[in-house]
Design a binder for this molecule. Structure first.
Ligand code: PMP
Length: 295
């Protein structure tokens, strides 16, 4: 993720990563009470562009607010710092990781000391290019009455790590987690869509992270005149699907081969998901939505 030349931003300073230090009594390190984002930048026709920076930093500010963390930097300031971070690291096609973590405090109340850390690295497609063999996880997503599932909180990712580890240990590529009512929610780090008789289905908001890529898929589907339905559904409904895919900033649009060894009917190339993956690629490499030519 870094080398001797990597520069990071920490609390107002640009530092070589080796010189950046943190307090081992950080509340976030002990209890997971920080918030973060996962963002990508792309080399576009008009230079490097951070895809949906505003939406990502608005979500970061929302997550901070839900966790009672005072994040003073504005969306605009965070965006500017991110462009500078890319420039200082000489990166264009990159992944950006803002992390807001709390300072020294061993109590269970939010501390006043808030640290802002930004780093970036080159990252290939998070889930790879091959179609994924997915299993229904034995772990459920956190109950929205237990925490703010719609916020991107550090500690929530212990659930994602457990589900991913279980899936890998059982020989699958990725997990699919259910919500507390046993309906399909999302992957450990991506939202989920399936396709049946030329209609796309995805879980409604409530028990999932409101993915920015998920929203982009809605926009692209509208352009392509694809119908998308938000509804609750079970893994059994997915077994009969024609195709399925994950969406996320890191994963982008990742095609799925099977769920619990039930292979989807269509070849990936013949699915709406494949068309959306291509449209997504074009979308992120263009600057203006208006310029976006799907034909
Ligand atoms: N769900 C979870 C649990 C995630 O971690 C992510 C990645 N941030 C997503 C969905 C997809 O969100 P986005 O499209 O905003 O990256």
């Amino acid at each position: 993720y870094y080398n001797e030349k990597s520069t990071v931003y920490l609390n107002g300073y640009w530092l070589p990563v080796k010189e950046a230090q943190t307090n081992l009594y950080s509340q976030t390190l002990h209890y997971g009470s920080g918030v973060f984002e996962g963002i990508r930048s792309y080399a576009t026709e008009d230079g490097v562009r951070i895809f949906k920076a505003k939406e990502h930093f608005e979500r970061l500010k929302y997550s901070a607010e839900k966790m009672h963390i005072k994040l003073d930097l504005s969306v605009e300031e965070l965006t500017q710092l991110s462009y500078e971070l890319l420039e200082r690291n000489n990166l264009t096609n990159a992944y950006l990781r803002p992390l807001v973590y709390l300072g020294e405090n061993m109590s269970l109340q939010p501390t006043e000391e808030v640290n802002v850390f930004l780093c970036t690295w080159e990252w290939g497609k998070y889930l790879g290019d091959d179609l994924l063999k997915v299993m229904t996880s034995s772990y459920q997503r956190p109950n929205p009455k237990s925490c703010h599932v719609e916020a991107k909180v550090v500690g929530h990712y212990t659930n994602s790590i457990l589900a991913t580890t279980e899936a890998k240990q059982k020989g699958f590529d990725e997990a699919l987690l259910l919500d507390m009512n046993e309906n399909v929610a999302e992957g450990p780090g991506a939202n989920f869509f399936y396709e049946k008789d030329e209609v796309l289905y995805t879980a409604p908001l409530g028990n999932i992270l409101p993915g920015i890529t998920r929203q982009t898929i809605f926009e692209l589907a509208e352009k392509l005149e694809y119908e998308v339905v938000e509804k609750f559904f079970t893994p059994e409904e997915v077994y009969n699907a024609d195709g399925a895919f994950f969406t996320g900033t890191a994963a982008e649009v990742a095609g799925i081969d099977s769920l619990d060894n039930h292979k989807f009917k269509l070849e990936w190339e013949d699915t709406m998901g494949c068309q959306l993956a291509r449209a997504y690629r074009r979308r992120v490499c263009q600057n203006e939505y208006q310029q976006f030519d799907l034909v």
